[in-house]
Write a protein that binds this ligand. Structure first.
Ligand SMILES: Cc1cc2nc3c(=O)[nH]c(=O)nc-3n(C[C@H](O)[C@H](O)[C@H](O)COP(=O)(O)O)c2cc1C
Length: 391
């Protein structure tokens, strides 16, 4: 059996060297929307650790869309130059730099996670320019704790769609090779999808066809600026706590495919505080969504959520349930997960995914200390023992 996890994936003109993806993870470390050395270190180390596609965190297309004061932004040209340092570092380490573009809508303006994530009272925006206004499809708060957003006018909708387009153009100039539109976790696009959050009576509300309109128009606008030969991902909450179903997601994924989306990133939840996406999450808990959307919409999918072990990830791909494996917290725990997984799966030249300055010494150590390299050259299963038990 050949490893799929360690085989390349070609989308358009972009070749991702393996199927291991750093899932977008907010660092709550930006100031005024700007990246700093933390982001350089954070993202650079995953590229150095052999990850194929490194996603920069949820980056906001509009300052009103920031979830906290410390979110990253791409709403101004001045954000471009410092991001180039990061994309250059990722590429220099053989990985593909991706960025997730997002707007939090009515779930914006929160305290940092370690300060309780409580909604902040009215205050100045992230760039300190103007009051931080919450907007959403309807004037309905996310929960009793949250402020009521202002219902977006048609002009607001057009403005935010255009902001996604402009941020895409900046992402190109910053050197990103993959864009992911964040359409899940209860944020603005998901709010439009949801019957609970969206009670509009115009062309953006009511029927499923109307509720998916905003998502499709964002995808079309991003695609208009994003070259056809570059991969476009879209993250969905495949199901949520407030009535959005897997069948709805399949309808959405089919329509997104028509708009030029290449990969659906299959997460879940975030539409209510009652049951969060991180509640009760056993191994592979969201993989069935990736499987069903892949089959139902005939589109490539990325699986995410408690995928922790090398053989677990490999099996998801071998089963045909997904095309890519996104990993979040396990990569925080072990940024060299990909190097480790390559050895556990017994792939040939397990260090070929990392920089020579590390690979040279690790190969040498393996030959001299752990036996012949041939133990790693006989395909999956013949290498070091793999197990679903964490070691
Ligand atoms: C610190 C942290 C920050 C996150 N930030 C984002 C984000 O910016 N965008 C997003 O779509 N999901 C975000 N997530 C969710 C992850 O991308 C991922 O879907 C989730 O952690 C489940 O995968 P895991 O079990 O491998 O961690 C975040 C998760 C964590 C732990």
């Amino acid at each position: 059996m050949n490893s799929i996890l360690f085989s390349p994936l070609v989308i358009g003109d972009v070749t991702i060297k393996n199927r291991v993806v750093l899932s977008p993870m907010l660092q709550y470390s930006a100031q005024g929307g700007h990246v700093n050395d933390w982001h350089l270190m954070h993202l650079g180390k995953f590229a150095a650790g052999g990850v194929g596609l490194v996603f920069c965190e949820s980056t906001k297309v509009d300052p009103r869309g920031c979830s906290t004061t410390n979110d990253l932004g791409l709403w101004k040209d001045e954000f471009i130059e410092p991001l180039k340092r990061i994309t250059n570092l990722i590429k220099a380490n053989g990985a593909i730099p991706g960025i997730q573009l997002s707007h939090s809508g009515r779930k914006a303006r929160l305290a940092l996670p370690w300060e309780g994530r409580v909604p902040l009272a009215e205050c100045l925006g992230v760039d300190h320019a103007e009051p931080w206004e919450l907007i959403g499809p309807s004037a309905i708060a996310h929960s009793a704790k949250y402020a009521v957003p202002r219902a977006m006018t048609l002009d607001d909708i057009a403005f935010v769609i255009e902001a996604w387009g402009k941020a895409t153009e900046r992402a190109i100039r910053a050197g990103f090779e993959v864009i992911e539109i964040h359409g899940g976790h209860g944020y603005l696009i998901h709010q439009f999808l949801s019957e609970r959050a969206n009670q509009r009576t115009d062309q953006y509300g009511g029927s499923l066809e109307n509720r998916i309109r905003f998502a499709l128009e964002v995808a079309q606008r991003v695609r208009q600026s994003w070259p056809r030969n570059k991969p476009l991902f879209f993250r969905v909450s495949a199901v949520d706590e407030c009535g959005w179903t897997i069948d709805d997601s399949i309808v959405l994924a089919r329509a997104l495919k028509q708009c030029g989306v290449d990969v659906i990133d299959c997460s879940s939840g975030g539409m209510s505080d009652v049951v969060g996406s991180e509640a009760h999450s056993p191994y592979s808990y969201q993989v069935p969504y990736a499987e069903q959307i892949r089959a139902g919409a005939d589109i490539q999918t990325m699986a995410v959520g408690m995928i922790v072990h090398a053989d677990q990830a490999e099996q998801i791909l071998q089963n045909g349930h997904a095309d890519l494996i996104a990993i979040g917290r396990e990569l925080l725990h072990n940024p060299n997960w990909a190097i480790d997984a390559a050895q556990k799966l017994g792939i040939q030249q397990p260090f070929s995914h990392i920089a020579r300055v590390y690979a040279f010494w690790l190969e040498k150590r393996a030959r001299s200390s752990f036996g012949k390299p041939s133990t790693w050259q006989n395909g999956i299963g013949s290498g070091p023992k793999t197990s679903t038990k964490k070691d």
